[in-house]
Structure formats: structure tokens, C-alpha cells
Write a protein that binds this ligand. Structure first.
Ligand SMILES: [Zn+2]
Length: 234
């Protein structure tokens, strides 16, 4: 795939932006929608996958997704409905951001994937574990880009139509304690949107399977965030 210097984001947000990221959450193995979404992501430096890439899929499913993306720089998280094989594949390919920190242009990308205990699927962790791992990674870091599958709890971005909040207490606590520049999350498809917690803008990218994704730019001089949503026409 060709990533041309043309459109990064339709509202011309490239000025002063040093890191340009395309964010894809909840693909759920919908390759057709992934292809359509990718066509709308141009001139990017990095692709972040926020989990539920497959739908209970294994190695061949995740390899198909990585091939379809066909981009050299990926940071990837598993979601609750990704199997353990999906995380192992990310680790083998050196693209996993799960329980890891990667530095890009002075920003610390810190990630933790999977769901919380009790979610569907096999890649789930206790709130205690999520908090402990993220705390270890965030300590001493200033310019944090927090990437999680789960949104922070008790926000509009973790809210189901039935009124229940399905986000993570641990993710919320980490945001409150460490004030990341931004929290990128998914999992709650209908919670697509943004919410501020303290100084942190928390963005639920929406589900690729529903034609949603996110383009995000960060200015390394002042940490200003600009973003635009990708919406595949129905
Ligand atoms: Zn999920």
C-alpha cells in the first residue's frame, strides 16, 4: 500500500505535528472494513492496534490482519476476544505494546491490552494486575501516550446503551495519577467519543468493524493533540 504525502487528515492538521498515528480498535476480523478504513489513513508514521483485532481467532487470523495492514511500524495490543496466540504472534513479530513501553519522538507509548476478569474471551486480567503493570511503566515518565483496550470506567466512552459502564477502574486510576497526554482505547463500540479526565483527553476510537477509526497527531513542542475520525461511508 502507498502512503502518500497528500491527505493526512482532511482538516489539514499536519502543521506542527510531529507524530502522526492511525488508531484501529475492534477490527473483529472484518478484513473488508479494515481495507476500506486503511484507504482513508494517509501519510502516517505509526499504526496502533487497540485489541479485539480478531474474533476469537488464532495465528492465521492475526497474520491475515497484519498482512492486510501491510505497514512497517505497528504497536499492537490484544483485546479480550483475541486468543493467547494473537499476543504471542505480536511478541514474535516484535510489535507488541502489551505491558510495554516504546519511545517515539520523545513520547512514551505505554500499553496494556486485554479485558478485565469476567469479560468474554481468554485474554483478561485482574484490575489489580492492570494497575500494577501500568504503574510500573508510567513511573517517572512525563509524555505518556496511554494505549489500552479497555476505556476508563464511569465515562461516556465506556457506557453501553443499557446504562452499564464496562471500563476499567485501573485504567482510570492510572490516568488520574499520571495524567497522560492522551488515552487511546476501544472495547466499548457504542462508546465512541472523547472524555477528559483531569488534563488527559481519553479517546474511544470506535470499532473498525463498524467503519470507525482515528487519526491522531501530537505536537512534540507543546504536546498538543489533534485528531480526526475516519468514517467509512455506509
Ligand atoms: Zn473488547
Amino acid at each position: 500500500m502507498q502512503f502518500k504525502k497528500a491527505l493526512f487528515i482532511k482538516h489539514a492538521i499536519t502543521k506542527g505535528i510531529s507524530v502522526k498515528i492511525a488508531v484501529f480498535a475492534d477490527i473483529h476480523s472484518d478484513l473488508k472494513m479494515l481495507e476500506k478504513t486503511l484507504k482513508l489513513a494517509k501519510n502516517i508514521d505509526l499504526i496502533v492496534l487497540l485489541g479485539d483485532n480478531t474474533h476469537y481467532g488464532g495465528i492465521s487470523d492475526i497474520n491475515k490482519i497484519i498482512e492486510t495492514i501491510g505497514f512497517p511500524k505497528i504497536f499492537a495490543l490484544p483485546g479480550n476476544v483475541d486468543t493467547k496466540e494473537v499476543l504471542e504472534t505480536f511478541e514474535q513479530k516484535g510489535i507488541s505494546l502489551h505491558a510495554k513501553k516504546k519511545l517515539v519522538s520523545g513520547f512514551a507509548f505505554i500499553g496494556f491490552g486485554g479485558g478485565k476478569t469476567g469479560n468474554a474471551g481468554e485474554t483478561n486480567f485482574s484490575e489489580k494486575k492492570i494497575y500494577a503493570e501500568l504503574k510500573k511503566l508510567c513511573k517517572g515518565e512525563k509524555n505518556i501516550v496511554l494505549c489500552t483496550h479497555l476505556p476508563p470506567i464511569n465515562t461516556k466512552i465506556d457506557l453501553l446503551q443499557n446504562g452499564s459502564h464496562i471500563g476499567s477502574e485501573a485504567v482510570r486510576k492510572i490516568i488520574e495519577e499520571f495524567s497522560p497526554i492522551v488515552n487511546l482505547c476501544g472495547h466499548c463500540h457504542e462508546g465512541i467519543g472523547e472524555e477528559k479526565i483531569g488534563k488527559t483527553i481519553c479517546i474511544n476510537a470506535g470499532a473498525v468493524k463498524d467503519g470507525n477509526a482515528l487519526l491522531l497527531g501530537i505536537n512534540e513542542k507543546n504536546n498538543e493533540i489533534k485528531f480526526d475520525r475516519i468514517k467509512v461511508p455506509q
